[in-house]
Design a protein around this ligand. Structure first.
Ligand code: NAD
Length: 424
């Protein structure tokens, strides 16, 4: 019997879907039987008929109970997972940090779950990197959202009626989202500058034709983890950076912030005073709003007027470009699932020794098995009955959660992503 893959319709605040007609075709090609929950793709511009045309069957939500593999964008709610069969394998963006009780619930439900955002950033897993695929689109969309709020043109225009100056755009944080924001603003003809605390970002910013703005002292030169992520900077550095940034921001029309440090609240980079120094009609976008925000006064899900600046704090920005985001996310999922299907026998099986599985598997066999979360989740799973391992997953050597006493050591800079630390 082919394994059944069920693609869920997400909640009303999530327009993305975890499959595309292309991924359905490719999953079917792997010997899997794909069932799409009716209407799952509508908000991403994919009607049921398009999924059907590439080999999926359309069904109601009730059929999730017979699925072996469940594909989602977001972690299932307690009500949703109550309908899942114990032993089902669930792939989603799980948002595990600080949500250990929810992880324990998934363990109690007997689910084997994978957090796609914990995928190590190694060459083999590049096609599965949901953080990159979604951040890239969010960076693009941030510029489009900013230009929508901005009452002037982005490019310089020399017309018979006079000259319109090019908009000045400043991007703070030049990771995946920031670099795409720089590229997009440049394509629209803006004069672009950017900052980051990682020295490697300097060259990347310059290669996109933007000016790099940073205090380049000794601390800056050492400010990157082995995994390629930012380190928290000293107070002295932050003060010097803030002074430089304050002077620069006063001359900008649009500021886009994307700065994050894994496992920590977003650094505060733009103060009310900095916003007040900008010209009337200026715009700021806070892509870090869901992690506490880089901009003082930004509000999640809103465009706030802060000191006369329109501060855009939309949540789930990748979801604002849902058709593209879903297509790339579906491809990320397919690439991971493909590694679990034997090419010859077409059998689906999770190999707990695979480094990608080790890095992303949160729960299995009634336990929270991921080392970053097992200790914190233990309090919630103590009385859980241990579900029998599924036929599709070999036994995992996991210390039972109830005997863990101390939190596992987590590297503050990487969130404990040992695989990423090693490989990047
Ligand atoms: P992220 O989302 O964690 O952070 C976004 C950016 O904010 C980073 O560039 C970070 O340095 C910056 N930042 C943090 N604190 C700051 C501050 N105080 N001021 C200014 N900027 C600040 O990062 P990300 O976008 O996920 O990418 C991080 C790195 O990983 C980048 O170098 C990226 O190129 C690299 N990466 C590698 C791979 C791979 O497969 N090898 C894949 C994706 C990303």
């Amino acid at each position: 019997m082919p394994k059944i893959v069920f693609v869920c319709r997400e909640g009303s605040d999530e327009p993305r879907v975890a499959a595309s007609p292309e991924s359905v075709k490719r999953l079917t090609g792997l010997g899997l039987s794909v069932v799409i929950e009716s209407g799952a793709g509508l908000a991403s511009g994919v009607p049921d008929a398009d999924f059907e045309a590439t080999g999926a069957r359309i069904a109601g939500s009730g059929e999730v109970g017979s699925a072996d593999i469940i594909l989602r964008v977001n972690r299932p709610t307690a009500t949703e997972m109550a309908a899942y069969r114990p032993g089902a394998v669930v792939f989603a963006v799980m948002d595990p940090y600080g949500n250990e009780a929810a992880l324990a619930d998934m363990a109690k439900a007997g689910l084997t779950t994978f957090a796609m955002e914990l995928m190590p950033r190694i060459t083999r897993a590049q096609s599965m990197d949901v953080l990159s695929s979604q951040a890239n689109l969010a960076g693009y969309r941030a510029v489009i959202d900013a230009s929508h709020e901005y009452g002037r043109a982005m490019p310089m225009m020399m017309t018979a009626a006079g000259t319109v100056p090019a908009a000045k755009v400043f991007v703070m944080g030049a990771g995946v989202a920031g670099l795409q924001a720089i590229a997009t603003a440049r394509r629209l003809g803006a004069v672009v500058s950017a900052t980051d605390v990682r020295p490697a970002a300097k060259e990347q910013v310059a290669s996109l034709g933007a000016k790099f703005i940073a205090v380049e002292d000794e601390e800056f030169k050492a400010a990157e983890t082995a995994a390629g992520y930012a380190k928290p900077m000293s107070e002295a550095y932050q003060a010097k950076q803030a002074a430089l940034v304050a002077e620069h921001i006063a001359k900008q029309d649009i500021v886009i912030t994307t700065a994050l440090i894994p496992g920590r609240p977003a650094p505060k980079l733009v103060s009310r005073a900095m916003l007040a120094s900008m010209k009337p009609g200026s715009v700021a976008v806070d892509l870090a709003v869901e992690r506490g925000g880089n901009i003082e006064g930004s509000e999640k899900g809103k465009v706030a007027d802060v000191e006369g600046v329109a501060v855009i704090g939309y949540a789930n920005v990748a979801g604002r470009i849902a058709a593209s985001a879903s297509a790339l996310y579906a491809r990320n999922l397919f690439a991971f699932i493909e590694t679990m299907v034997d090419k010859g026998t077409k059998e689906f099986a999770v190999n707990p020794e695979d480094e990608l599985v080790k890095a992303t598997m949160l729960t299995h066999g009634g336990q929270v098995v991921h080392p970053n979360f097992a200790a914190a989740a233990a309090a919630f799973v103590v009385d859980a009955p241990v579900a029998a391992p599924t036929a599709t997953v070999a036994p995992v050597a996991a210390e039972p959660a109830r005997v863990r006493k101390k939190p596992a050591a987590v590297n503050a800079e990487t969130g404990g992503d040992a695989a990423a630390e090693e490989k990047l």
